[in-house]
Design a protein. Structure first.
Length: 279
C-alpha cells in the first residue's frame, strides 16, 4: 500500500485557484505535496493534479491563476443552479439523491460534450499522457451513481478521465467514456478520501468540504481514515480564504484573490503539514 497519499478535491474555478495557491505555498516552504506515492484527484483537483503529476511546477500553476491564464467561465445560470439544487436536495437518502442528480444531468439541456473536452483540454495544455507515477482520477456514473477511479491501467485516455471528473451536472453534460456516461467526480464526495484507505499518511487539500446533498463530508471521511490508523491532514479554506473566494465558486474574477489566499494559508499551515507529511 502507498505510504503517502495526496488528495486534491473539487471546487470549480475559484476552488481550483485556491488549491493552486496551497500547492505553491507548501512547496515554497519546503513541503512537497507531489512527493506522494499516489495522487487522488477530483474535478478541479483532477486538472491541476494531472498537470502537477506530469511535471508542471506548482509555482507555474499558481502564477497562471494570478495572471488569469487558466481562468474558466462555466455556463452557470440561476435556472441551472436551481435545477441542480432541486435534484441534489430532493432526498435525504444518499442513493436516491445521487440517482435524482444523475437523471437530471442526463436530461438537462446543455451544450455538447465537446464543450467539456475543449475546456479541459485547454486547461491541461500539452499534458495528454498518463504520468509514470500513480494518479487516480474520480468520476461518477450518471446512470448508476457508482464512483469510479481511472488510472493509467484503466484503458481510458487522461483527457477523457479528467473531462469525466469535471462534468458538472446540469451545467455540462455527462461525458461518454468507455461506453458509459460520467458526471463530476465530486457529485457524491468533493474529495473522495475513501480512496486513500490503506495509506499511512494522507494530505487532503479540499476547496469545498462537502458535496451538496446527504453525502459524507471530507472531515467525516478523514476521521474514518484516522480511525483506521492513517495520519491525516485535511486542509480546507480558512476564514480569510473563504472571504477572498466568495460564495460563487464559478466566479472566475475571484481566481487571483483565491489563489493568493490559498498561498497565504499554506504558509500558516506548513508546520502542521510538515509534521505529518515530512519534507
Amino acid at each position: 500500500m502507498p505510504d503517502r497519499a495526496l488528495v486534491l478535491g473539487g471546487g470549480g474555478p475559484v476552488g481550483g485557484a485556491w488549491l493552486t495557491g496551497m500547492l505553491a505555498g507548501l512547496t515554497e516552504a519546503g513541503v512537497d505535496p507531489d512527493a506522494a506515492d499516489v495522487l487522488i484527484a477530483t474535478s478541479a483537483g483532477a486538472v491541476f493534479g494531472a498537470r502537477l503529476r506530469c511535471g508542471t511546477p506548482a509555482s507555474v500553476l499558481y502564477e497562471r491563476q494570478l495572471s488569469g491564464a487558466d481562468a474558466v467561465r462555466l455556463p452557470v445560470t440561476a435556472r441551472r443552479t436551481a435545477r441542480f439544487l432541486w435534484a441534489a436536495l430532493g432526498s435525504r437518502d444518499p442513493e436516491r439523491s445521487i440517482a435524482r442528480l444523475g437523471r437530471t444531468a442526463l436530461r438537462a439541456r446543455t451544450g455538447p460534450e465537446s464543450d467539456v473536452f475543449d475546456t479541459v483540454g485547454r486547461l491541461l495544455g500539452e499534458v495528454r499522457d498518463w504520468p509514470d507515477r500513480e494518479l487516480r482520477i474520480t468520476a461518477v456514473d450518471a446512470r448508476t451513481g457508482e464512483v469510479a477511479s481511472f488510472d493509467a491501467r484503466s484503458g481510458v485516455k487522461l483527457l477523457e478521465a479528467v473531462a469525466a471528473s469535471c462534468a458538472v451536472p446540469v451545467v455540462w453534460p455527462p461525458v461518454t467514456v468507455a461506453g458509459r456516461r460520467w458526471m463530476d467526480g465530486g457529485s457524491r464526495s468533493t474529495a473522495n478520501l475513501q480512496l486513500a484507505h490503506g495509506s499511512r499518511r494522507v494530505l487532503a487539500i479540499v476547496p469545498i468540504p462537502r458535496a451538496v446533498g446527504p453525502h459524507p463530508s471530507a472531515a467525516g471521511q478523514a476521521a474514518r481514515l484516522t480511525e483506521d490508523g492513517a495520519r491525516v491532514v485535511l486542509l480546507c479554506p480558512d476564514e480569510d480564504a473563504r472571504r477572498a473566494m466568495g460564495r460563487n465558486m464559478a466566479d472566475a474574477t475571484r481566481g487571483p484573490a483565491a489563489a493568493r489566499a490559498g498561498h497565504e494559508q499554506a504558509l500558516r499551515a506548513v508546520a502542521e503539514v510538515a509534521d505529518a507529511w515530512g519534507r
